[in-house]
Ligand binder design. Structure first.
Ligand code: ADP
Length: 252
């Protein structure tokens, strides 16, 4: 299998893209270290991994806290000896709001998870990968990381920062056997958006953004997981510093 004997650490693995990627990487042969601050959903992901014959552990962590990040990195290395793949994915979305009405606390919340969390994850994982001399890192950015999106300027700023951190780190590690890329999803189906898509398909309520979904639907998390598995694998051996859109044409 493509990822046999690989050790993958996945943050934000309790739902959405993180969960789908845990299942995909495990089905491709990787052992998964499931990281999330939500214990219930993280443990559920690990259970699903095991149900399909995969292996792994769950570690509860808040990716915006240094001690928690050091803890998940150390535990992964203590348990499995190395980290081959790091899917640096945990993130939060902004409440839609006019620019001047965004609270300072909301700015801090978005930045601490989406920017500091991504930075801390790479800071500690790259030390491990540098000592090994190999590794693949995938950071979750967004279409909002490469363009403006309405009423979420702070989220967009945080995702532009993820893109910049990806490029900067990729430049430093290109000669060290470590590839670092960013994934940019557009709209991804969640319990909430699934019902929106359904209504759209039935010709009912059309939310403002859905007509911009060129394919008339959101992505299933699995469709992002396919790209994560590709970037993690040797198939992507010449890709580093790439900002990869998987957005169903949203940015056209
Ligand atoms: P997406 O649809 O983009 O995958 P979700 O909101 O479904 O987004 O998933 C994000 C995941 O990240 C959730 O499982 C959530 O619990 C997790 N998460 C959010 N903030 C943190 C954090 N500070 N530390 C660890 N995990 C987090």
């Amino acid at each position: 299998m493509e990822l046999s004997n690989k050790i993958a650490v996945i943050t934000g693995a309790g739902s959405g893209i993180g969960r789908a990627s845990s299942l995909k990487l495990a089905s491709d042969g990787a052992t998964v270290v499931v990281v999330d601050f939500n214990k219930e959903t993280g443990e559920e992901t690990l259970k699903l991994v095991k149900e399909q014959g995969g292996e792994g552990i769950f570690i509860q962590a808040d990716v915006s806290k240094t001690e928690d990040v050091q803890n998940y990195v150390n535990k992964a290395v203590e348990t499995y000896g190395r980290i081959d793949i790091f899917f640096n994915n945990a993130g939060v979305i902004q409440k839609f709001a006019p620019f001047t009405e965004v609270e300072e606390s909301e700015f801090d919340r978005i930045m601490s998870v989406n920017v500091k969390g991504i930075f801390l994850g790479m800071k500690y994982v790259l030390k491990v990968m540098e000592a090994q001399g190999f590794g693949s890192v995938i950071n979750t950015a967004s279409t909002a990381g490469v363009r403006a999106e309405h009423s979420v300027a702070v989220y967009s700023a945080s995702k532009h920062a993820v893109v910049a951190l990806t490029k900067g780190a990729a430049l430093e590690y290109a000669k060290k056997g470590i590839r670092i890329n960013a994934l940019c999803p557009g709209g991804v189906e969640t319990a909430l958006t699934a019902s929106v898509t359904e209504q759209f398909e039935k010709g009912g309520y059309i939310p403002e953004e859905l007509p911009n979904m060129r394919m008339g639907r959101y992505a299933a998390p699995k469709e992002l997981a396919e790209m994560v598995a590709y970037l993690a694998s040797e198939k992507a051996s010449y890709m580093t510093g790439s900002i990869v859109l998987v957005d169903g044409g949203l940015t056209l």
